[in-house]
Write a protein that binds this ligand. Structure first.
Ligand code: HSE
Length: 455
C-alpha cells in the first residue's frame, strides 16, 4: 500500500520544503523539462508555493549529449528504481511505450507514494484505469496533461473548465506529425516520405512513426479525452482508426479542387441507439475539412480540439501539439499542480474527473447508423464499363453521388483515379457498396474512404 505521507506535509510557512522531482527519460521532452525548470525557477516557485527541483534523472544512454548539464542530478541506471528514492516526491515518466519500464516505473511510483506525472498516452490509453484506480485508492496524484495535444491544456480544460457541462461532442486534430505532413504536402507539393523525415528531425514523431501515420497516437489521445469528457472507462480498442499513409498527393489535389483540405480528425460523441442505450462513438480518420472550417486553418504541428458543452457552447483549444517546449510546458504545469495540492492533500483526486470506480463501461456505437458525406477514391483500370460498375454498386447500395471526377494518372499507365463525393446518407450504405465491389478486377487498389467534416 502506498504511503501518501512521503509527499511533503502540508505547511503554510513561507519555507515550504521543495518539491523533488525524478525525471525518467531524457529525450526531446525530458531535456525540455530540465531547461524549463531551470529557466523559470523563480516564477515556478512563486506559482507552486515552493521550489521545484530535479533531484534524480535516468535514461537509456548516460553519455549522450542532450544540450543540458546533468551533473547537478543523481543518475540512476535503473529508471524503475527512482520511485524508491527518499529524495523524490514526484516521478515524471517520459520514457514512452505502453508497457515495459515506463509501466513498471509508474506502478512503482504509486506504490511508493510518489506523485506521478506522465506524457505517455500509450500507457494511459492501455493502463490508465488501473493506474488511476490505484492512485486514487492511495491518495496519490496522477497527472498526464502532456499526453494529449502537447502544450494545450485540454485535459485541464475538460477536468476543470468544462466540469459542469454534459459534453455533446469533441473532435479535433490530435497528431502534430500528421498535421505537419498534410499541411506541408498541401503547401509545397513535397512527397510524404520527405516531409515525414522532417517531422522526425523536428522531434514531433513517435519513436515508431507508424504510431503517428497510422492514427494510433491520435487514437490513444482520443480515448483519454473521451473518458474524461463522457465519464466513460477508456476504450482504446474501440476507436475506429485509419491513418494517412494511404493518401496520395492526388487526394490532396482533388480535395482542394472540391473546396477542402485533408486533416486527420479524431471525433468522439455519444449516440443513443434504437434500443435507447447510450453508446460511445470514437473515430480517427483523415477527413475532408471545408476551407471555411476553423480546423482547415490549423497547420504544421499544431493541434486543435473542439469541445461542445451543453452550457459552455463550443470551445476551441488550439496550440502546439508536439515538440520539446510545449510538451515540457504541460509536464511542468502538472508538477506545479501537485506542488500546490500538497497543502490540501489528494484524497479526492480524480485524474479522469470522476473516480475510476464511477466511470461507465460504455459499449461502442455502430458507425453504420451515422449519416455522413463521404469522399471515395478508386484507382481503376482505364477500360469501358468500369465507371458503370462502380456507379451500379452505388445505386444498388442506395448511395447517392453528389459529384464524380475521373483523372488520368500519367505515371501509372492504364490506371485512372475516380473520385466521388456522396450526398449525406447512412455510412452502412457506403460500406455495402464497397462490399459489392470487393474482388472486382476493375479495381487496381482497395478504395479509400474519408468522411467530410460537417459543422
Ligand atoms: N508524435 C506526437 C505527435 C507527439 O506528432 O503529435 C505528441 O504527442
Amino acid at each position: 500500500m502506498a504511503d501518501p505521507t512521503s509527499l511533503p506535509n502540508s505547511t503554510h510557512s513561507t519555507a515550504r520544503p521543495p518539491l523533488r522531482v525524478a525525471l525518467a527519460g531524457l529525450g526531446t521532452v525530458g531535456a525540455g523539462v530540465i531547461r524549463l525548470i531551470e529557466s523559470n525557477a523563480a516564477l515556478i516557485e512563486r506559482r507552486a508555493g515552493r521550489r521545484v527541483v530535479v533531484t534524480a534523472v535516468s535514461a537509456r544512454d548516460r553519455g549522450k549529449d542532450r544540450g543540458v548539464d546533468l551533473s547537478p542530478y543523481a543518475w540512476e541506471d535503473d529508471m524503475t528504481a527512482m520511485a524508491a528514492r527518499d529524495d523524490v516526491d514526484v516521478v515524471v515518466e517520459l520514457v514512452g511505450g505502453s508497457d515495459g519500464p515506463a509501466l513498471t516505473l509508474a506502478r512503482n511510483a504509486i506504490r511508493h507514494g510518489k506523485g506521478l506525472v506522465t506524457a505517455n498516452k500509450a500507457m494511459i490509453a492501455h493502463h490508465g484505469m488501473e493506474l488511476a484506480g490505484t492512485a486514487e485508492a492511495a491518495g496519490i496524484p496522477l497527472r498526464f496533461e502532456a499526453a494529449v495535444a502537447g502544450g494545450i491544456p485540454v485535459i485541464k480544460g475538460l477536468r476543470e473548465g468544462v466540469a459542469a457541462n454534459a459534453v455533446d461532442r469533441l473532435y479535433g486534430i490530435l497528431n502534430g506529425t500528421c498535421n505537419f505532413i498534410l499541411s506541408t504536402m498541401e503547401d509545397t507539393g513535397r512527397d510524404f516520405a520527405d516531409v515525414l523525415a522532417e517531422a522526425q528531425a523536428k522531434g514531433y514523431a513517435e519513436a515508431d512513426p507508424s504510431f503517428d501515420i497510422e492514427g494510433t497516437d491520435a487514437a490513444h489521445k482520443l480515448s483519454i479525452l473521451s473518458s474524461i469528457a463522457f465519464g466513460a472507462r477508456i476504450d482504446f480498442a474501440s476507436v475506429e482508426t485509419m491513418g494517412i499513409s494511404r493518401l496520395l498527393a492526388a487526394d490532396i489535389a482533388q480535395a482542394d479542387a472540391l473546396g477542402y483540405v485533408i486533416r486527420l480528425i479524431a471525433t468522439a460523441e455519444t449516440a443513443t441507439g434504437p434500443d435507447g442505450v447510450q453508446r460511445l462513438f470514437q473515430r480517427v480518420q483523415p477527413h475532408l475539412v471545408p476551407f471555411d472550417n476553423l480546423l482547415a486553418h490549423v497547420d504544421g504541428a499544431t493541434n486543435a480540439v473542439v469541445v461542445e458543452g451543453n452550457f459552455s457552447g463550443r470551445l476551441l483549444f488550439q496550440g502546439a501539439g508536439a515538440g520539446d517546449g510545449p510538451t515540457a510546458s504541460a509536464v511542468v504545469a502538472d508538477v506545479i499542480d501537485i506542488a500546490r495540492g500538497m497543502d490540501t492533500g489528494f484524497e479526492a483526486d480524480r485524474a479522469f474527473s470522476i473516480p475510476v470506480s464511477g466511470l461507465e463501461a460504455m459499449d461502442p456505437a455502430d458507425s453504420g447508423h451515422r449519416r455522413s458525406r463521404a469522399y471515395l477514391r478508386f484507382i481503376v483500370a482505364d477500360r469501358p464499363g468500369v465507371l458503370a460498375e462502380i456507379t451500379a454498386a452505388m445505386r444498388d447500395a442506395g448511395v447517392s453521388i453528389e459529384s464524380l471526377i475521373q483523372k488520368g494518372r500519367a505515371e501509372e499507365d492504364g490506371e485512372v483515379l475516380v473520385v466521388m463525393v456522396t450526398h449525406e446518407g447512412p455510412e452502412s450504405a457506403v460500406a455495402h457498396a464497397l462490399r459489392l465491389l470487393e474482388g472486382s478486377a476493375s479495381l487496381a487498389a482497395p478504395p479509400l474512404v474519408m468522411h467530410l467534416l460537417d459543422e
